[in-house]
Write a protein that binds this ligand. Structure first.
Ligand SMILES: Cc1cc2nc3c(=O)[nH]c(=O)nc-3n(C[C@H](O)[C@H](O)[C@H](O)COP(=O)(O)OP(=O)(O)OC[C@H]3O[C@@H](n4cnc5c(N)ncnc54)[C@H](O)[C@@H]3O)c2cc1C
Length: 442
């Protein structure tokens, strides 16, 4: 193949680093791209888009490579990789930061913390800003500071013709609307972002609760969680879950440990806690302690959907039945991610993120060690998904699942029509496509 015209660093199947370069975070993804082009600036990105069109080789866009279904890579595709574009400029005078699109979350948190800021990002240190913010972005500061995408004030994007666009409320405003919740891989390659920084922070309260080897705690946790969340102080955001042997919850609270204990009282009443950590720590330490839970890479499947309704006892029992039949004692779980609070300060129609009024996200997830185990785990997720589908309303595009029926409506609800028009305007030839991408309107 002739790679003339590509600029940046090209890695092809014959190169020694190809095997490493083709890997995604999810080890279950096993794609063999035609080439991977590491871009260093927007011109490299534009050249890659034009090269792929000229050679009729489909492209995929990759930043952190954490998409669950591997939509940032593909066999015989050109992968446009942005990870080398990872600079940041913080402006403390007007409380903003410019972040290049390949920046991963831990260096981002560290740099901002040095300047005194918290940031409403996610919990995994190696997820990149791009996939996170373009799909919404939830984490342990979300109820207090909003979705990651709610802090976005501008983006630079290279479109399907290789043009560099500035995207904000005034330039390309419809595209700006679309990028905030539906931007991942659909409209162009974003090369940098500008965010408003919302809060100066030093200490926060880190909360870690576990009920290990405590089977009754599981249903109690789910029952209390859904009521507790409804009038929860917005300074507290939490991720938790149940597994075969127990339950857990991690949270950040922007207040004192003493106040946190009072807020947590209903959960602390669940008997036989095996870990009760409620301590004031520097924000960055809290980020690192939660981040340390993630393996470097793993083979897994996960799907997440939005919960609006109060679940009845029989529905909670069905979830327990699913977890009792999980393929792994420790690595299979049903997880819950708090929403509400500041997410609802933004109007539903103000950005493409549709499910602003959900109470929380429920995900089913499992990971495995060897390829042979995969089918059993995938079957379990499918069966669990089929049930969870009936008690939830839509799906979080950053927790995608290739078996989701009518995925456009599931990810984007009533916003899908508007998104298809924007797609038609910016990418009428569907250059940016993947198995669950937005199609141009006819
Ligand atoms: C271990 C783990 C923990 C996670 N924790 C959280 C969490 O706490 N909160 C949360 O909200 N989500 C979380 N996620 C989900 C995560 O937000 C998504 O997987 C996200 O899309 C990953 O972004 P990425 O850039 O790392 O991945 P990639 O796979 O590189 O990209 C994801 C999608 O965005 C597109 N894309 C990437 N870069 C660009 C770009 N520059 N321009 C346009 N499109 C682009 C890709 O084509 C792909 O469709 C987690 C995922 C994992 C695997």
């Amino acid at each position: 193949m002739n790679y003339n015209g590509l600029t940046g660093k090209v890695v092809t199947p014959g190169d020694p680093e190809y095997n490493l370069a083709r890997q995604e975070y999810n080890e279950a993804i096993d794609a063999y791209p035609a080439a991977i082009i590491y871009c260093f600036n927007p011109c490299d990105v534009a050249n890659a888009i034009l090269w792929s069109r000229e050679h009729d080789i489909k492209l995929r866009v990759r930043s952190g490579g954490h998409n669950y279904e591997g939509y940032s890579t593909g066999t015989n595709k050109l992968v446009i990789d942005i990870t080398c574009m990872n600079g940041m400029i913080v402006d403390t005078a007007d409380d903003t930061v410019e972040i290049q699109a390949g920046t991963r979350l831990l260096p981002l948190y560290e740099r901002l913390y040095q300047c005194g800021y918290a940031f409403p990002g996610g919990t995994c240190p190696t997820v990149a800003i791009s996939g996170l913010v373009l799909g919404g972005g939830i984490g342990l500061s979300t109820r207090y500071l909003g979705l990651t995408t709610d802090s976005l004030i501008e983006a630079e994007m290279v479109d399907a013709c290789g043009n560099q666009l500035t995207v904000n409320h005034y330039c390309n405003p419809e595209l700006f609307w679309a990028l905030r919740g539906a931007g991942g891989g659909n409209f162009g390659v974003v090369t940098s972002y500008k965010f408003k920084l919302l809060k100066q922070v030093n200490q926060i309260t880190l909360i870690r609760l576990r009920w290990d080897n405590n089977i009754p705690a599981r249903i109690q946790f789910l029952r209390i969680w859904q009521d507790w969340l409804l009038c929860l102080d917005r300074r507290l955001s939490a991720f938790g879950g149940i597994y075969k042997l127990g339950a857990w919850m991690n949270a950040f609270f922007y207040g004192s440990p003493h106040e946190a204990r009072q807020i947590l009282a209903p959960l602390l009443y669940i008997p036989r806690l095996t870990l009760e950590y409620i301590e004031s720590v520097p924000f960055i330490d809290a980020i690192k302690m939660i981040g340390a839970d993630y393996p470097k890479r793993e083979a897994f499947q996960q799907v997440g959907r939005f919960v609006y309704e109060h679940l009845r006892q029989d529905e909670l029992e069905n979830l327990i039945y699913i977890i009792d039949n999980a393929p792994s004692d420790r690595n299979s779980s049903i997880r819950v991610y708090s929403l509400g609070g500041a997410i609802r300060d933004t109007e539903t129609n103000a950005t493409a993120f549709f499910y602003r009024h959900a109470n929380y996200i429920m995900a089913i997830t499992t990971s495995w060690e060897s390829k042979e185990e995969a089918p059993v785990h995938e079957e379990w997720v499918k069966a669990g998904f089929n049930y969870i589908y009936t008690i939830t309303r839509g799906a979080y595009v950053n927790f995608p699942y290739n078996q989701t029926p009518n995925y456009e409506c599931n990810y984007y609800g009533e916003h899908i029509r508007r998104l298809m028009h924007i797609k038609q305007e910016y990418d009428p030839h569907n250059i940016f496509s993947f198995p669950q991408s937005i199609k141009p309107s006819l």
